[in-house]
Structure formats: structure tokens, C-alpha cells
Design a protein around this ligand. Structure first.
Ligand SMILES: [Zn+2]
Length: 136
């Protein structure tokens, strides 16, 4: 993992959302998935590798979450995605909602960590954004 692509999630930090400054450093691992722990050297706060992504506190491996979202974009329906992935429709819907709420972080993650190209990411987002709209 390239820690220079991560940024400090602490809004009060002078380096909040600043990339490539080298203020985020590795700080051990934790949990079942051995999540890389990181620390911001500017404000001293610790952060998790998943902290800036929709996967923070989510127990599903992020590759799986991303796969599901990709399937969702391809199939264009929750039902179709549920059939292909074997996940429950509700699970997929909440993942989609979460992705919409963290759209910016997810976009960064897909581009930088998964090396998807912009076209692929835009395709994915057409659907994620749709999921953001809630009936009032
Ligand atoms: Zn900081």
C-alpha cells in the first residue's frame, strides 16, 4: 500500500485531506483482516487504512464489496446482482447506499488502490449515484 495516497481524516488537522506530504505513516496492524493501522504525524491521530473509504467498520472484505458494486453496475439491478453474487438484496442495497455516502473516498480508492481506469469508475458511479437518491 502506498501510504502517501492516504490523507488525514481529522478535520482539525493542518494536513486534513492533504495527500503526498508524508504525514501518514504505518503504525501496526489490527483485527481479523489485519487492517493496516496508520498514524498522522502532523496531529498524532491514528487512522485506519479503511478510514477514508466506505469499508470502514464493514466486516466484508473490501474486494468483495467492490466486486458487488461492479456487478451492480453491470447488471443494473439489485435483483440481478443478488442472483450473481449470492448476497441478499438488502445487503447490496445498504452497500450501495454506503458507497453513495462516501462517493468521493470510494472513487479515490478505486482509482488509486485498485487501479481501475476512469471509464470503469465512472460506469460504477452512474449506478452508485442512482442509489443515493432516496424517495421523500
Ligand atoms: Zn492529522
Amino acid at each position: 500500500m502506498d501510504t502517501s495516497q492516504l490523507f488525514c481524516p481529522n478535520e482539525k488537522c493542518p494536513d486534513y485531506r492533504v495527500r503526498g506530504k508524508g504525514n501518514t505513516v504505518r503504525n501496526g496492524r489490527s483485527g481479523k483482516q489485519h487492517t493496516q493501522l496508520l498514524k498522522c504525524n502532523t496531529c498524532g491521530k491514528s487512522l485506519s487504512e479503511n478510514r477514508n473509504t466506505p469499508f470502514f467498520n464493514l466486516h466484508t472484505p473490501k474486494e468483495k464489496v467492490v466486486n458487488t458494486l461492479q456487478t451492480l453496475a453491470e447488471r443494473g439491478s439489485l435483483r440481478g446482482t443478488a442472483r450473481v453474487t449470492g448476497h441478499k438484496k438488502d445487503t447490496i442495497a445498504s452497500g450501495q447506499k454506503r458507497a453513495g455516502e462516501h462517493a468521493e473516498a470510494l472513487r479515490e480508492y478505486l482509482l488509486h488502490d485498485l487501479d481501475l481506469d476512469r471509464v470503469q469508475v465512472d460506469d460504477l458511479f452512474t449506478f452508485v449515484k442512482k442509489g443515493e437518491e432516496r424517495p421523500r
